[in-house]
Design a protein around this ligand. Structure first.
Ligand SMILES: [Zn+2]
Length: 395
């Protein structure tokens, strides 16, 4: 197998506290990484590196693990420019939010949905994201949800069944019948394509009892729960996620002390995934990352990329927001966007730069990962390796 050495790395984030400075980021200065096939074969001081077939000179710049975006909604058609424009212009907007995207998605061909997904995945990859979770949730019929998951599964192994995004407009008069569909025929059609089951537990979407029924049925079909929890208001989502040992409780914007305690107690099982793009794009209250970290919760950062409430695929942007507005240190934000996302996906082969891990790396046009927050909006990701293959950049 061919080996490639990335040499002359000024600052390397390994997320392995047993190496380098001993911090959670396991920072190594003047380092080399050797890739063999799709895996990392060797990590250490430049002077001790083994020989390799080819070399890439990082020219003293920083190298980090590829970002793990553990929450996105990328199987959709259309956009919501008019809604965003109205919201940011202080005008009311009466069109139907998620329902607008549902109508456009149902009307799209398979090829159109796949092309749109691929375009967004490429966009994210150029910004350093090497693992993507994505969800259904804009079909809301048996056939449209299964089709969304089938298309997603062709491009990522992290696929989430979100038939319970909102109650389908077709069932507006009978939400209980929609829950029956989501836990019955739709689940049976979708489970073969998915690893995870998710529900939007919120006023106006699904209440605690409905969410419990949906997640329990999904788990019985072999899917692992994750929950859209406590985004717009206080509610039962976080407690339900912890009780059902969900991999993550996502959003976590409105938390009681009991919710924070529950996430801290469940730190080894249920990750609090924060999605600052949503608060940014809706001018909403920020989630309090500092409060969660200080309590002992495990925190991930993710984009929530979707056409309605957070149309960004940029993990660096989310890092900058988390540092500026959510009380995270630059080190914590980088960890949460890489190793934290891996925890939220229950993966041990990604989110770190250690021998045996998948060779997913990003080279930054900067001497340190701190620049991701220090230089917001600047395209600092200059080269990306995914599964040992250079997929973007090359400067
Ligand atoms: Zn979401």
């Amino acid at each position: 197998m061919t080996t490639t050495a990335i040499t002359n790395i000024g600052s390397l984030v390994t997320n392995d506290p047993s190496v380098g400075d001993g911090s959670p980021l396991g920072l190594l200065q003047d380092a080399t990484v050797v890739i063999e096939g799709d895996k990392i074969a060797w990590v250490g001081p430049a002077g001790e590196a083994p020989a390799a077939d080819t070399a890439f000179d990082a020219q003293g710049r920083a190298v980090i693990p590829g970002f793990v975006d553990s929450h996105s909604h990328l199987v959709f058609a259309g956009d919501r420019t008019a809604e965003f424009n109205a919201r940011m212009s202080g005008r009311s907007y009466s069109a139907g939010g998620i329902r607008t995207t549902v109508a456009a998605t149902r009307a799209a061909t398979d090829a159109e949905l796949e092309a749109n997904l691929v375009r967004h995945l490429d966009e994210a990859r150029r910004q350093g994201t090497t693992t993507f979770e994505t969800k259904s949730g804009y079909g809301l019929t048996v056939a449209d949800e299964a089709r969304a998951l089938r298309i997603a599964a062709a491009h990522t192994e992290e696929v989430t069944y979100l038939g319970a995004h909102i109650v389908s407009p077709d069932y507006a008069e009978d939400p209980a019948a929609y829950v029956d569909l989501v836990t019955g025929e739709m689940l049976a059609a979708c489970a073969p394509y998915a690893r995870w089951v998710d529900v939007f537990c919120e006023k106006g979407a699904f209440d605690g009892d409905q969410a419990r029924a949906i997640l329990t049925a999904g788990a019985a079909a072999g899917l692992i729960p994750r929950v859209h929890a406590n985004q717009l208001s206080y509610g039962p989502g976080v407690q339900l996620a912890v009780e059902l040992e969900a991999a993550s409780a996502d959003h976590c914007t409105h938390l009681t002390d009991a919710d924070v305690d529950a996430l801290a107690q469940a730190a080894a099982t249920t990750v609090a995934t924060l999605l600052p793009g949503a608060e940014f794009s809706t001018r909403a209250q920020w989630p309090d990352a500092r409060r969660l970290i200080d309590a002992g919760a495990t925190v991930a950062l993710s984009t929530d990329c979707n056409p309605g409430s957070s149309y960004t695929s940029s993990m660096p942007f989310c890092i900058a927001l988390a540092v500026r507005d959510m009380g995270m240190t630059p080190d914590e934000a980088l960890w949460s966007a890489t190793a934290g996302g891996a925890r939220a996906l229950r993966r041990t082969d990604i989110g770190t730069v250690t021998p045996g891990a998948r060779a997913d790396l990003a080279v930054l046009d900067a001497p340190s990962h701190v620049h991701l927050a220090y230089r917001p909006g600047v395209p600092l990701v200059s080269a990306v390796w995914q599964r040992g293959v250079r997929v973007a950049g090359g400067r």
